[in-house]
Write a protein that binds this ligand. Structure first.
Ligand SMILES: C[S@@+](CC[C@H](N)C(=O)[O-])C[C@H]1O[C@@H](n2cnc3c(N)ncnc32)[C@H](O)[C@@H]1O
Length: 214
């Protein structure tokens, strides 16, 4: 397993039924069965070919605790935890919006639009972890959320970067901010774009909040 997949698995709590939505190879669900984190796993993928990979990778010893479902999102599936990782944030939001039984515990890793995912989670969920992991090249946002009756409110910086990143910053997060600042500064040296300037201002604010200026 890669560092990214190891971290996703570490964020999954012990559960009765885990849904690995967009499972593809199925590694997270399979490891959850192997380590005893999940009693049963629903491997879900919209692509039959992807689901076949999970089916082929899943050891026979777990056959009676694994179910393979070819579908778009959760639909009417019930799970106490769902991992939805490695896809765009807007797709993750769409899956949550369409779920008939939204799982009480979510582990999400949006490849894009993490801010929109955080905004969506403010309705009905409490974000309990929101950090960043890197394999050296790519930076991955990982968000854990637990169902809550309260609506939460995030500050501008929290929406943009995540609470765990801001209040318990890792070297991965500081590295991300410095790379982002260098990238945006380079873009602005060739043109003036208010959106890029605004983003750079937010990155600078986050850098001073985490004491990460290089
Ligand atoms: C890049 S793979 C990520 C695999 C794995 N979750 C990971 O993080 O390594 C994305 C998978 O999500 C599936 N997928 C995308 N949208 C989906 C949806 N709405 N419902 C179910 N599966 C979906 C794709 O078919 C693909 O297999």
């Amino acid at each position: 397993m890669s560092k990214r997949l190891d971290k996703l698995l570490a964020l999954v709590g012990k559960c009765e039924v885990l849904a690995d939505v967009g499972c593809d190879h199925g590694y997270v669900g399979i490891e959850a069965l192997r380590t005893g984190k999940a009693r049963r796993v629903l491997f879900v993928d919209v692509s039959g070919l992807s689901l076949d990979k999970a089916r082929a990778n899943c050891p026979q010893e777990f056959a009676d605790r694994a179910r393979f479902v070819c579908r778009d999102g959760l639909g009417d599936l019930k799970a106490d935890c769902a991992v939805i990782a490695g896809m765009g944030g807007l797709e993750i939001i769409s899956i949550l919006d369409r779920a008939q039984f939204p799982p009480p515990y979510l582990v999400l890793q949006p490849n894009r639009n993490p801010r929109e995912v955080r905004d969506r989670l403010c309705e009905g969920y409490d974000i309990t972890y929101d950090g960043m992991t890197s394999d050296g090249k790519i930076f991955y946002n990982m968000i854990v959320a637990e169902r809550s009756d309260k609506t939460s409110d995030l500050s501008l910086l929290e929406r943009e970067f995540g609470k765990t990143n801001l209040y318990c910053p890792t070297e991965d997060f500081r590295l991300y901010l410095n790379k982002e600042r260098a990238k945006l500064t380079k873009i602005l040296s060739g043109c003036s774009d208010p959106k890029v300037s605004d983003r750079l201002a937010l990155v600078e604010r986050a850098l001073s909040a985490v004491g990460g200026q290089q």
